[in-house]
Write a protein that binds this ligand. Sequence first.
Ligand code: AMP
Length: 552
Amino acid sequence: MNGLMMDYPLTLQHMLWRVERLFDKKEIVTKREDTLHRYTYADLSGRVAQVGNVLRRLGVKPGDRVATLCWNNYRHLELYYAVPCMGGVLHTLNLRLFPDQLEFTVGDAGDSVVFVDKTLLPILDKIAGRMPSVRQIVVLNDGGPLPPHKLGELLDYETLIAAEKAECSWPAVEERAAAAMCYTSGTTGNPKGVVYSHRSQFLHAMCVLQKDSLGMSESDVLLPVVPMFHANSWGIPYAAGLAGTKLIFPDRFMGDGQVLLDLAEQEGATMLAGVPTIWLNLLGALEKSGRRLPKVHTVICGGSAIPRSLMEGMDRVGLRMLHAWGMTETSPIGTVALVRSWIPPEEAFNARLKQGVPVPGVEIRIADITTGEELPWNGEAFGEIQCRGPWIASGYQNDADPTKITEDGWFRTGDVATIDPDGYVTIVDRTKDVIKSGGEWISTVELEGAVMAHPKVLEAAVIGLHHSRWQERPVAYVVPMPEYKGQVTAEEIREFLAGKVATWWLPDEIRFIDEIPKTSTLKFDKKALRNTAEPIAEDAVPSPVQGGSARE
Ligand code: AMP
């Protein structure tokens, strides 16, 4: 017997219906060079219709890939809605990819039209003449002349829009049709294309609104610093369309703590979202100025582990961080570190530091890295996280890397974690980064957290390097706080770590550098570190005794 409920298609056109009908008065604010651009959801809806008509006029057909190379701003939001609602596939290009990788993603996706922010034209220009699938390039311009380029004829977004009506007859769209694409950051090999469907985006956006997930609502004012060019901006653009949340876009000022502070304060932000590096900048700006953001109730943070020192610092200035884990392939929300009702108050801080519990809709398990056997949730056994659910990738564009799906249909994340009996996931490492020393595992993530807790340390990344006796040993790359440059010693850090981590975890070498290389999504680029690392000077520092009775 079948149910007798409507087979209502779960498409992004539903979000558009809400944007048009329900949130007229709600604002969307974008930082510009010296001013703010401000308009309402009613304006957004009119312009989305105009962009829909532009796409039709440009010959965009169902299933065509339409790329964006844009910062977080209102025009990017218009494209987030217009492209999928017109049946196209929104491909957000990552502006931090190397030119060769950018060229690869445009070609692999087969993009037919590219929309590019004027300030990002120089990035697209680097691959001029290397985008055979692209028919038209449209520039999103705030006025003024364009920088010199070799891209041929360019169309102007505002001119195209001005010629169109603010009503659009949207085509019927299937819920399983592709709505958007995003490429992984590609630290190993070429980036891989993740293809989201309308259905997956719809269900993911519903999840983002839940109180036990990110919990954004109509009454919130959200400043998304997480880029719209990566991992759907954590689903915020579509969740905002469901809820009617006021949005504040930082445009190209995402890394400027001072600008973020001003924007959040002036516009009354209640929620912020971004990766830990961003919050280090904001914390610096808050501590330096003595200013505070009393209206902000939640700072959503994911993309890499939150260092304990950062969460402590943010707590000190009254900003409560909400830790979440996910990846491009998981749309991206997978787990959120809420404090479950039975966690005693003295353990709440530690619970918030973990990556969290699976959100409704996502199933998770951990599997032994070598044998693939499922492991218990005892907080000790650690293995690769595998997950499944309606917004988890079932494969990649052009069938890149089919090994990521297990035989029984789970997605292999490449993240190594423990899960405790309360259901909290704690990421220990990436399968590619975890160090095997004398047959035992060392978590680089945990070691980095311990080094970064040192008051003179700004950032630290740990990698495993070959060792003739132990196979691999940890080496820490450390960036001191600017005021302590040249004034912190390896010995000091080793002493600080003693007692906080097992003796045999102590890094064989501590190397001071000016900056940790970062990936296109602002994570530590450990592959770059490994590629350029000097071998361990094995005679200089004897590795701590490991194994047998001497092991801790
Ligand atoms: P991306 O697909 O570029 O968003 O990267 C996803 C990867 O970032 C995950 O597989 C993790 O390795 C890492 N990641 C994301 N969130 C967290 C987190 N909260 N803690 C630790 N690692 C994270």
